[in-house]
Design a protein around this ligand. Structure first.
Ligand SMILES: *Cc1c(COP(=O)(O)O)cnc(C)c1O
Length: 346
């Protein structure tokens, strides 16, 4: 087998969902965000596992993703679309019973005209300036929109990964003000908001990254394990160079393993000469540049040569790897490539 083995622990996903659910009161429902193909780990498999564990609402970014999740789940669970009701999406939304989060007066009009009586939610902008209706627009449409019985009203926090950020309280106040007196389901918190405490939970939370084992949910169970096969070993004399551009030169005699994955598999070039792979608990530094299909690793310290080296595993989390590469766990996960041999466990 010449490709990396990506093992996805669905038991850990459901464990994380339950742990996030326990953080909120019994009156708060916990949904699941499975956009971007379940943060790169397989939206259908993740959604089915969570539905079996009791999740009843799922969120995706666009209607096409909603169609795939509907196919995996069948009728029943609510599948919500963050980007709302876009032109051309009407048939998909109608036929597959998707629930668009309407973001503007234009989307509101489009939805009510094209699919009268069809479920919808509303997204409000409490300060992030990305999606949703701002206070003035909301004030203008609020009565009409509420008369059509939305399934929920949501907003999204910009800085929830930093519990001390003043933006959290500001957005909480703005959301409260915009939704005061509403009786429908209200939702503000993603993973970060779940960790901010009761005031942020409202009726429904929408965790994503925490389900998949990523920060800011620091107690999450690891979900993704990625082992890369060693293709070839070379013994270098001091002064010899490794990889494109000769960016790494051996100071001493060194043993270099070449493993089968590269930036085409989502292991970004920024890991070159920075990150580590693991043989058990022994860290082996990446040396030289990451190339399209290959990474070179200094295994001089190893007594025995393993068949594989772990790049995600018990000794290196998604966030450890992200930090080495100057990015975030979200980007590491959603970049995981299509060439891996994917195995689902749990
Ligand atoms: C992506 C997203 C979420 C989930 O965020 P996490 O930080 O992954 O938990 C929730 N709500 C909205 C609007 C999003 O875009």
């Amino acid at each position: 087998m010449g490709t990396g083995i990506l093992t996805i622990d669905l038991g850990a996903v459901t464990e994380n969902w339950r742990a996030l659910d326990r953080m909120t009161g019994t009156g708060t429902e916990t949904a699941a965000v499975v956009k971007a193909d379940g943060y790169g780990l397989g939206a259908g498999r993740v959604a089915r596992a969570l539905a079996q564990s009791g999740a009843r609402r799922f969120f995706v970014a666009v209607a096409e993703e909603g169609a795939a999740v509907r196919q995996a789940l069948g009728p029943g669970p609510e599948i919500c679309i963050f980007s709302g009701h876009m032109r051309g999406d009407t048939d998909m939304i109608g036929d597959l019973m998707l629930t668009p989060m309407l973001n503007s007066m234009d989307q509101l009009t489009r939805h009510f005209e094209a699919l009268p009586g069809h479920p919808f939610g509303l997204q409000l902008d409490s300060g992030m300036n990305r999606l949703g209706m701002e206070p003035a627009e909301w004030a203008a449409v609020r009565d009409v929109a509420m008369s059509q019985a939305p399934s929920m009203v949501i907003s999204h926090l910009a800085c929830a990964d930093d519990p001390n950020h003043p933006m959290n309280g500001f957005q909480l106040g703005a959301f409260r003000e915009m939704t005061a007196d509403l009786t429908c389901t209200r939702s503000l918190a993603a993973t970060g908001g779940c960790l901010l405490g009761k005031a942020y939970h409202f009726d429904l939370t929408r965790p994503g990254i925490g389900l998949y084992g990523g920060a800011p949910f620091s107690d999450a169970a690891a979900v993704a394990h990625l082992a890369l096969p060693i293709i070839q070993i070379r013994d270098l004399m001091s002064g010899e160079a490794v990889g494109y551009g000769n960016t790494w030169i051996a100071d001493d005699p060194a043993r270099i393993a070449t493993v089968a994955a590269g930036y085409a598999d989502g292991l970004i070039r920024a890991m070159g000469n920075k990150g580590f792979l693991y043989a058990g608990d022994v860290a082996c530094p990446i040396v030289g540049r990451v190339s399209m299909d290959l990474i070179t690793v200094d295994i001089t310290e190893l007594r025995e040569i393993p068949s594989h080296l772990d790049i995600l595993g018990p000794y290196q989390s998604v966030d450890d790897l992200a930090t080495q590469a100057g990015t975030i766990g979200y980007e590491i996960l959603t970049s995981l490539g299509a060439r891996y041999n994917r195995r689902y466990v749990g």
